[in-house]
Design a protein around this ligand. Structure first.
Ligand code: PLP
Length: 413
């Protein structure tokens, strides 16, 4: 059976070039990058080269790149490494759990957090961030793109607020990496976290931009790796693969691959919306006033892939999140999986219970609609044939489930 993977926001496969770049560093170039002999120096040179590529990716100095284990570590580092008892922290209610759970932990250590809610469109209004600022606010953390809706947040505006108020600013850019052009100077952040496995690199490796002079404490102590900002023997194959993935991602943003991806996503979305009783999560509500802080539009009208011509809400090129009335989202995920299509639903399993997505709930969806929402997130290698296949199987599956659904019959508890 044909299989179509449309869950790229969960993870992505290695591109062949990434695999090839990593291959020698598992065996013949296995050295420890801290060793002074030739084997070590070969590994060290590879890490240096990768760091230069990542610096180009971020638009920063090589010395501002810190390799770590992934997005969770970067998010945790920003929070645990900067906040002290008595500090105030501002974030949003639609962040990844790597931020939300870290904020919860800091509450036990005397750090109060304000969770700014999004507008119904999924967009964070920077003026809500400004309103939350207090004299003791030390850190603001806002994601670049939401993992569930793909909505791109106005980070530049928030960066300006952080600069004006003298507050540190961290961006969880895990879901923007490879989909949006990065420029940490333009974003105005002190810290920014990304993860290789969301952009066709290996799992278990990530990187952080740490602006020179930012007093973030290391989570891990031990050796003097990464200029004492992250102890632990460097994951050389992972670092090399990550840099190759970043290099390919930079090309994709320039050579039309991401624009083509946005077109494929738009065609998929339009096709699914032909089904009655459906709608997009992460779009402007018809008739509602548009946001007046569209920095991306004003400063970057040609940003590849993220500008929606029909809708003022910016989304990354690969993501659409669609609600379906009168069915159980989880049942649809399973039905589609049986037809060879991998997508994810609007609920997550927490301690054995299925809870509707905190992101969709924060946007004001009711529990039933949040549960009956599906995220389609396309790989950058997606094809027209993939979209055709999904558009072939989704209407059939929806029709079948609606015919038998307790939600449709009004008998669901
Ligand atoms: N932040 C966001 C927005 C994510 O989507 C994810 C992963 O889903 C993470 C952080 C965590 O990244 P990692 O899987 O590399 O720990």
């Amino acid at each position: 059976m044909k299989r179509v993977y449309m869950d790229a926001n969960a993870t992505t496969p290695l591109l062949p070039e990434v695999m090839e770049a990593m291959r020698p560093y598992w065996m013949e170039r296995f050295g420890n990058a801290s060793s002074i002999h030739q084997d070590g120096q070969l590994a060290h040179a590879a890490v240096d080269h990768a760091r230069a590529t990542m610096a180009e990716f971020f638009n920063c100095h090589d010395a501002e790149v810190v390799f770590n284990s992934g997005g969770t570590e970067g998010d945790n580092t920003a929070i645990f490494g900067l906040l002290h008892p008595g500090d105030h922290f501002i974030t949003t209610s639609i962040e990844h759990s790597a931020i939300l759970e870290a904020a919860k932990r800091m509450a036990e250590h005397g750090v109060e957090t304000t969770f700014v809610a999004p507008q119904p469109s999924g967009l964070i209004d920077p003026t809500d961030i400004l309103r939350a600022v207090r004299p003791e606010t030390r850190l603001i953390s806002v994601m670049l793109a939401n993992n569930e809706t793909g909505v791109v947040q106005p980070v530049e505006q928030i960066g300006k607020i952080a600069a004006d108020t003298g507050i540190f600013f961290h961006i969880d850019a895990v879901q923007g990496a490879g989909k949006v052009r990065f420029d940490v100077r333009r974003f105005g952040c002190h810290l920014l976290s990304i993860s290789a496995h969301k952009m066709h690199g290996p799992k278990g490796i990530g990187a952080m931009f740490v602006r020179r002079g930012t007093p973030v404490e290391s989570l891990l102590v031990g050796g003097s790796h990464e200029r004492r900002r992250r102890a632990g023997t460097e994951n050389v194959p992972g670092i090399v693969g990550f840099a190759k993935a970043a290099e390919l991602a930079m090309h994709s943003l320039e050579d039309g691959v991401i624009d083509r991806l946005a077109q494929l996503r738009d065609r998929l979305e339009a096709g699914v919306l032909q089904i009655p009783g459906t709608g997009v999560n992460g779009a402007q509500t018809p008739g509602a006033p548009g946001p007046d802080f569209r920095t991306w539009e004003s400063t970057n009208p040609k940003e590849p892939g993220i500008w929606e011509s029909t809708n003022p809400i910016l989304r990354v090129a690969n993501t659409t999140n669609i609600w379906f009335d009168n069915l159980e989202g989880e049942a649809l995920v399973i039905a589609l999986d049986l037809k060879g299509v991998a997508v994810s639903g609007g609920s997550a399993c927490h301690s054995g219970a299925t809870e509707p997505s905190h992101v969709l709930m924060a946007m004001g969806l009711d529990k039933t609609r949040a549960r009956a929402s599906l995220r389609f997130s396309l790989l950058k290698t997606a094809t027209e044939a993939d979209v055709d296949y999904v558009l072939h199987v989704v209407p059939e599956a929806v029709e079948h489930l609606r015919a038998i659904s307790p939600v449709a019959a009004g008998t669901a508890g």
